[in-house]
Design a binder for this molecule. Structure first.
Ligand code: SAH
Length: 227
């Protein structure tokens, strides 16, 4: 089977951006980004750009997904937590590189769409949860790797607590979109080591779970998708 041109171009862009890990390049080549794309942006599925999805959220930019994935250095035995499932694209890439992916999303309709995509792609090692990622997933802790795809003002303490010793957490930190940096936290026997990796732009990490009192009102006046 030959690889289509748009995928070859994407892999070249990933390499140029500094994604050199061949396992990650291969996982991204095998993940069909068009599946995660809103229909009106299908022709842009392989552009290196973030795309809008429902509820004011975004499908992350491929080079950012590549660099964040590389930053957590996932391995085939790792239990990984993702906060901010969104479209499911970052999660799908990760699921090909780890033992099991646990992913949390606060918007139920986004999560339901992502769950359908995980089923369609037969990604059987993905476990999902509707909820507030600030709390992490204590029942499944500790995690070898944690990736956050929305930006909190500070590194969430509960997530550091749920990191295994030797574990790595990657999170875009900063309330202002213009001044966020990607932070990597490593947990060691004696504490944590934190480093700043790059400037990034993510949607904010919000608190709690929305109830759709205003944005999902159906014509008869009742509400659907109530969380
Ligand atoms: N990884 C996604 C990126 C989605 S954008 C992708 O590849 O498409 C970030 C997502 O984080 C949004 O869907 C947003 O609803 C979610 N989010 C923001 N704050 C959250 C929180 N506290 N808990 C869980 N999800 C959260």
């Amino acid at each position: 089977m030959t690889t289509p041109n748009h995928k070859i171009r994407l892999v070249m862009e990933l390499r140029r951006a500094g994604v050199v890990d061949t396992r990650i390049l291969s996982a991204m080549e095998r993940t069909p980004r068009e599946v995660f794309c809103p229909p009106q942006f299908l022709d842009r599925a392989y552009e290196d750009t973030a795309l809008p999805i429902a509820h004011g959220q975004t499908l992350s930019q491929p080079t950012v997904v590549g660099l964040m994935t590389q930053a957590i250095d996932p391995g085939p035995r790792h239990k990984v937590l993702e906060v901010g499932t969104g479209s499911g694209y970052q999660g799908a890439v990760l699921s090909l590189l780890c033992r099991r992916l646990y992913t949390i999303e606060r918007h139920r309709p986004l999560l339901q769409d992502a769950e359908q995509r995980f089923r369609d792609l037969r990604l059987a090692n993905v476990v999902t949860r509707h909820g507030d990622g600030w709390k992490g997933w204590p029942e499944q802790a500790p995690f070898d790797r944690i990736i956050v795809t929305a930006a909190p003002g500070d590194v969430p303490g509960a997530l550091v607590d749920q990191l295994a010793e030797g574990g790595i957490l990657v999170v875009p930190v900063g309330r202002e979109k213009r001044s966020q940096s990607l932070v990597r936290v490593r947990k060691t026997a004696s504490g944590t080591e934190t480093e700043e990796l790059a400037a990034v732009r993510f949607v904010p990490m919000l608190t709690g779970v929305p109830t759709y009192a205003t944005d999902d009102v159906v014509p008869d006046g009742s509400q659907r998708n109530r969380a």
